[in-house]
Write a protein that binds this ligand. Structure first.
Ligand SMILES: C[S@@+](CC[C@H](N)C(=O)[O-])C[C@H]1O[C@@H](n2cnc3c(N)ncnc32)[C@H](O)[C@@H]1O
Length: 262
């Protein structure tokens, strides 16, 4: 699906996210000392103001006592919600930065998790060993999202849940990115796929349609996709205009899938 061949895309993806975990940008954390409680509080406050749909999709408190794996823990903000909800927490990420941030983030609140720095395209866990796998805004960054989804299905127990979010290709944010990096650069023939691959966060980012995602989660007994118009779509567009944008042209697609029972 990528527009350019890459010998080792996940090395580039790792390099991008090692520099800074998602959501820890300077304009969010300001002058708070790195990894201090205040630094993480600013990250958390900003995150749930910008992405209020996370709680609606994840429904953290429904999974008290369940064994969960988060793929792509980033700064550990959602991981903290799983810990607060009383889940048995395990997490993985491609970067050392994310593992260090998540460890420090949870420690401020007296929680811990089994965290590992690995590429989720091969998960070092036994078949049928998790009740829930959660992954917010991660799978579309990897070289082979299909491999990660196969691994998620393998490690879920019968009846287990996948909960997460992936990006929509045909979204307002993609259109804005295309205007900036294709149209205004005199290259209107560039596709949405190419623009996302080259200009959205780490190299190789992909976006999907809801039918494509349902097909990728086709091994699951059930898969619901939930469209969300986000602040990233509507930023700087007057409300009188963006109030008419439907959720189906928004950047986020929430996903809730269930593996078949035994
Ligand atoms: C956009 S950030 C999202 C982080 C966090 N879930 C959040 O919402 O803030 C993407 C994260 O996915 C991780 N990631 C990307 N590809 C991965 C892979 N193949 N295996 C594990 N983690 C991966 C990156 O290191 C990065 O921390």
């Amino acid at each position: 699906m990528g527009s350019e061949p890459s010998l080792d895309l996940n090395t580039a993806v790792r390099g991008h996210w090692e520099a800074r975990s998602c959501g820890t940008w300077e304009e969010i954390v300001g002058d708070a000392p790195e990894k201090s409680l205040e630094w993480f509080r600013r990250v958390e406050n900003h995150r749930y103001q910008a992405e209020p749909c996370i709680h609606a999709v994840a429904q953290f408190t429904r999974y008290h006592g369940k064994k969960i794996l988060e793929i792509g823990v980033g700064a550990g903000t959602d991981h903290l919600q799983w810990a607060r909800a009383g889940a048995e927490c395990h997490g993985v990420d491609l970067t050392d930065a994310a593992i260090a941030n998540t460890t420090a983030h949870l420690a401020h609140y007296g929680f811990r998790s089994e965290l590992r720095r690995i590429d989720a395209e091969t998960l070092p866990f036994a078949d049928a060993s998790f009740d829930v796998v959660y992954s917010w805004g991660v799978i579309h960054h990897s070289e082979s999202p299909e491999k990660i989804i196969r691994e998620i299905h393998r490690i879920l127990k019968p009846g287990g849940r996948f909960i997460g979010m992936m990006y929509r290709r045909n979204s307002v944010l993609t259109l804005r990115t295309w205007v900036r990096h294709a149209l205004l650069k005199g290259r209107p023939w560039k596709s949405f796929r190419q623009v996302l691959w080259n200009h959205m966060e780490s190299l190789g980012t992909k976006g999907y349609t809801e039918p494509e995602l349902k097909s990728m989660f086709g091994d699951f007994a059930f898969c619901e996709t939930i469209p969300y118009l986000t602040v990233y779509d509507t930023d700087k567009i007057p409300r009188v205009i963006h109030q008419f944008f439907p959720p189906g042209c928004g950047w986020f697609i929430g996903i809730r899938a269930r593996k078949q029972d035994r």
